[in-house]
Write a protein that binds this ligand. Structure first.
Ligand SMILES: Nc1ncnc2c1ncn2[C@@H]1O[C@H](COP(=O)(O)OP(=O)(O)OP(=O)(O)O)[C@@H](O)[C@H]1O
Ligand SMILES: [Mg+2]
Length: 382
């Protein structure tokens, strides 16, 4: 096994104008670690993986596997295996032969090929399918074969580019658990790209959030979710997204819409107040907390929880993450989401009193987007 280091990796694709896909990316994946790479579409995730695999050559910067610089080596000399979203199995070969294919290419002796194929097949639960062809497999089974084909080579580094995105939600959840078990069992250093928040939060030892070819934050799932370093990371992680209201700090008091708080440590000036949907509580269980009233428009009862969307006084702070989404409505009402426990008797059109958990607030500098260290406390109602 080995660590993987990206040192100031820059990748510019020629063209008019040229595209800067990676802008000096620094990243270190520990030996045996599962590192998740997330970021908006086009931010350079696939390019980063392809550079590690040797399918793209960085314009500048170094890539190390263990102690060895590999950026000049061809893919087959790197001991890296990659699974893509659109993995293609060889349609005319059986599962067994699909698994064995890469080993034969590498001139592994036949008994050793057989041993490794059977071992991988047992790990992945493919024993009963070894004689089938890809057309006779379900989506999840094909995905397992694709992973097996990559791992049977016993690579030092395993790269996965949205490997589950073609599967339906339930199967994705099941495969997620399998991948985690498999990765733990084999202990291969892995870099995993996903758009799926649940995958990122549950699979990763650590998560790297990148945007525009740069690393924004690298930390445990808890770090990036609970202690985002910037407005962008805060808005990117979590579904529904963190609620963000424009506010102002004056003399240690933060006002954002109808919310008023003591914000110890915050410098005077414009800020953005962030709170996740789960930081909003029904007012009856939120005595002593800052209150705000939501005019409910959509209620989604999900069984174990209810998502309530509506408007509160204030102005939404917009963070451009997905340029295809409509911008927030202008005016003095802000759309926010609340996540409440279980079923509720909340209905569209109602005024819903909510309390805001002060231990789960985030305050960002409105100009730079940097997270500010703030001790929030409910302001006594005057
Ligand atoms: N071969 C190429 N030639 C020119 N530009 C490219 C090439 N490959 C990628 N790009 C550009 O580089 C940028 C990063 O692309 P990349 O595929 O790494 O994004 P991504 O983060 O994987 O996005 P997605 O989430 O949509 O898969 C994009 O602007 C893309 O258009
Ligand atoms: Mg991609």
């Amino acid at each position: 096994m080995a660590t993987v280091t990206l040192d100031e990796v820059r990748k510019v694709f020629a063209g008019k104008p040229p595209t800067v896909a990676l802008e000096g990316l620094d990243l270190q994946i520990e030996d045996g670690e599962m590192l998740i790479l997330v970021g908006p579409s086009g931010c350079g995730k696939t390019t980063a993986l392809r550079c590690v695999a040797g399918l793209e050559k960085p314009t500048s910067g170094r890539i190390l596997i263990g102690e060895h610089e590999v950026q000049e080596l061809p893919p087959r000399k790197r001991d890296v295996a990659m699974v893509f979203q659109n993995y293609a199995l060889y349609p005319y070969l059986t599962v067994y032969k699909n698994l064995a294919f890469g080993l034969k290419e590498h001139k592994v002796p036949r008994p050793e090929v057989d041993r490794r194929v059977r071992e991988m097949s047992a790990i992945l639960g493919l024993d009963a399918l070894l004689g089938r062809r890809p057309a006779q497999l379900s989506g999840g089974q094909s995905q397992r074969v694709a992973m097996g084909r990559a791992l049977v080579r016993e690579p030092h580094v395993f790269l996965l580019d949205e490997p589950l995105s073609n599967l339906d939600a339930k199967l994705r959840g099941q495969m997620r658990a399998e991948i985690l078990q498999l990765q733990r069992r084999i202990g291969v250093t892995s870099l995993y790209v996903t758009h799926d928040q649940a995958e990122a939060m549950t699979l990763g030892d650590r998560i790297a959030v990148i945007n525009a070819g740069r690393l924004l934050q690298l930390g445990t799932p808890e770090d990036v979710f609970r202690r985002p370093v910037s407005l962008f990371v805060a808005a990117f992680m979590g579904t529904p997204s963190m609620n963000l209201l424009r506010g102002e700090v004056a003399g240690g008091v933060l006002r954002a819409g109808s919310v008023e708080l003591h914000a110890g440590g915050a410098p005077d000036g414009p800020v953005v107040l962030g709170f996740r949907p789960e930081a909003l509580l029904p007012a009856r269980s939120a005595a002593g907390l800052p209150q705000l009233e939501m005019t409910v428009d959509v209620v989604e009862e999900l069984g174990n929880e209810t998502l309530v969307y509506g408007e509160v006084p204030g102005e939404v702070a917009s963070v451009e993450i997905d340029p295809t989404l409509p911008p927030p409505l202008p005016g003095s009402r802000a759309r926010v989401a609340a996540r409440l426990q279980g079923f509720t008797d909340v209905h569209s059109g109602e005024a819903l009193p909510l309390g805001l958990r002060t231990d789960a607030l985030h305050v960002f500098d409105a100009a730079t987007g940097a997270a500010l260290a703030v001790e929030a406390e409910a302001a006594p109602t005057s």
